[in-house]
Ligand binder design. Structure first.
Ligand code: XLS
Ligand code: NI
Ligand code: NI
Length: 435
């Protein structure tokens, strides 16, 4: 029986780019084949349970603006209603995946045992809903940042009892993710960092975080979980400084603790912006290091300086993101999770659907533009031309040489480099043809 929350909204269909219905896909046609693969299988969209169903519309200056029938989120009856509504939305959108934190699904119960039992209860309920349903689990994760017990960090907390509680919590969330056939398990360390160095032993905290992640990997193998373990870089917010600062920092961390072949990255647009990078920078670096796992798609406001988690609407940016994802071979177990939330004035059920429809269309346009650039090959050709000098045997041999030998050759051959154009505007104009 329907909850009635989305009454009056019909399943979203593809109507083509001339369509004018605001609740129809104009670019996202799951069946359209792009570079030999269905669009749905490229993009692998997921809805984020937290922003769409758990967040109540608060900001630092004001409280709840969304008044939903499953509020207040403090009992299991309403947790079930929330799950019913979530699956109604997944069905309307036709999305293949969703993602959750434990705390999105059921209320905080205070004790570990009660938290675990209610998580098991609600994930059994989700499992029943997933039976025979199109929408499956992309990833699960533990919320180890909201409750006050986590205020000084989870695995990096100075109190070993918090480390223990975190280990137990992650175990319970990995078990639930495994039970539901999740394709990945994510760790985002919102409070794995510090507020001030005056009270922080950074070296000890990093060692504890590295050991914790090793335990996660060990447990994955112990239970036979086939999903990817992913960490999600973010430089700050809520902590002043987070240890998983950006892609480069995470890769260095994983290598230090010998985890680089076991753990990959879940890269988020807004976090890239907060770190002073672009999304495509973070993606290109992860791809070049073989570390791309999945993405959190959203967009950050460029003025506010906060992780605003808006739905994406910048096609040129999204096109460059998917360009690098496709160049890296595309997603295997990862996907495009909408880690994106409504603005707090967008209080209607229709807003929630329209936001996802628009976001999916922007991603579809970006994907198609990226695929067209790849098929055209213009950027590849420009790169090959720019680096062509390195194709010669002499240039390659130099990398196995040494400074003194190279210096001799420079003098002997009178090497005098001639500057060449970087052709940036020409390349920008080229990209503009596709977006
Ligand atoms: C917050 C993070 C969070 C993770 C999951 O900024 O993006 O939502 O994706 O814990
Ligand atoms: Ni985020
Ligand atoms: Ni995220």
């Amino acid at each position: 029986m329907s909850t009635g929350f989305f009454d009056g909204i019909a399943p979203i269909t593809f109507q083509g780019r001339d369509g004018t219905d605001p609740l129809a896909y104009r670019h996202y046609d799951p069946e359209e084949v792009v570079l030999g693969k269905r669009m749905e299988d490229h993009l692998r969209f997921a809805v984020a349970y937290w922003h769409s169903f758990a967040w109540e519309g608060g900001d630092p200056f004001g409280g709840q603006t969304f008044v939903r029938p499953w509020h207040p989120q403090d009992d299991m009856g309403r947790a079930r209603m929330k799950a019913d509504v979530a699956f109604e939305m997944f069905d309307l959108l036709g999305v293949p995946y969703f993602c959750w934190h434990d705390l999105d699904l059921r209320p905080e119960q205070g004790s570990f045992a009660a938290n675990r039992d209610t998580l098991n209860e609600i994930t059994d309920y989700l499992g029943e809903k997933m039976q025979g349903n199109k929408t499956q689990l992309l990833w699960g994760t533990a919320n180890m940042f909201t409750d006050r017990r986590w205020m000084g960090g989870a695995s990096t907390n100075p109190d070993p009892d918090v480390f223990a509680f975190a280990a137990a919590t992650v175990k319970s969330c990995m078990d639930a993710t495994h039970k539901l056939g999740g394709q990945n398990y994510v760790l985002w360390g919102g409070r794995e960092g510090y507020e001030t160095l005056l009270n922080t032993d950074m070296g000890a905290e990093l060692d504890h975080m590295g050991r914790f992640l090793s335990m996660v990997v060990e447990y994955k193998h112990k239970i036979g979980f086939k999903g990817q373990i992913l960490v999600e870089p973010k430089p700050q917010e809520p902590s002043k400084h987070q240890y998983d600062f950006d892609v480069a920092t995470c890769i260095g961390f994983l290598r230090k603790y010998g985890l680089e072949s076991e753990v990959k990255l879940n890269i988020e647009q807004g976090h890239a912006i907060l770190a002073g990078h672009s999304f495509e920078h973070e993606l290109a670096l992860a791809v070049s290091e073989g570390m791309l796992g999945s993405i959190d798609m959203n967009r950050n406001d460029y003025q506010s300086g906060w992780d605003t988690d808006q739905f994406p609407n910048n096609v040129p940016e999204v096109a460059l993101a998917y360009y690098h994802i496709l160049k890296g071979g595309g997603f295997t177990q990862g996907g495009t999770n909408f880690d994106a939330k409504l603005r707090r004035q967008s209080i209607d059920a229709e807003d929630l659907i329209a936001a996802h429809v628009g976001g999916m269309d922007v991603c579809a346009r970006g994907l198609k533009a990226a695929a067209a650039m790849i098929e055209d090959g213009g950027l590849d050709a420009a790169l090959a031309e720019r680096y062509a000098g390195w194709d010669t045997a002499e240039a390659k041999a130099m990398l196995d040489s040494d400074l003194a030998t190279i210096a001799q050759r420079v003098e002997r051959e009178g090497i005098a480099p001639q500057p060449r154009s970087g052709r940036q505007e020409i390349l920008e104009n080229y990209v503009n043809r596709f977006v």
